[in-house]
Ligand binder design. Structure first.
Ligand SMILES: [Zn+2]
Length: 127
């Protein structure tokens, strides 16, 4: 299996990775404008409000775009933008499937993969 580097955990994203340890996917919701965003930030990227809060995502979504990397890597892997049911897109990997069968619009669900010495990282697999 491909080695996943440990993500950089900081004060802003720590709750996200604490939740990942428990198998939960958190996203950030703005109380002022109602938009959800990812990667987690304290300030809303849409309206710059600091009134943001954590919410749990269902963990299901759709592949918006993807690319399979084959050259110059020890093992091919798929990097993708997945749009969650909640409407926010995440840059992630598609795993545990035939990479030739990955398609735009495919339904996927979250899985948590161990990283090297760090918290688990949310990735997606066909639903
Ligand atoms: Zn906002």
């Amino acid at each position: 299996m491909r080695k996943i580097p440990s993500p950089a955990v900081n004060a802003e994203n720590k709750p996200f990775f604490d939740a990942a340890v428990r198998g939960r996917l958190l996203i950030r919701k703005c109380i002022s404008c109602g938009e959800v965003h990812h990667y987690p930030r304290a300030i809303c990227p849409y309206c710059f409000s600091d009134r943001t809060e954590w919410m749990e995502a269902k963990g299901s979504g759709t592949i918006y775009s993807y690319s399979v990397l084959r050259r110059g890597v020890p093992e091919p892997y798929c990097i993708a933008y997945v749009t969650l049911e909640e409407g926010v897109s995440m840059l992630t990997n598609i795993v545990d499937c035939d990479l030739d069968a990955v398609r735009i619009g495919q339904k996927v669900k979250v899985v948590f993969k161990p990283s090297e010495g760090g918290p688990p990282v949310p990735m997606f697999t066909p639903a």
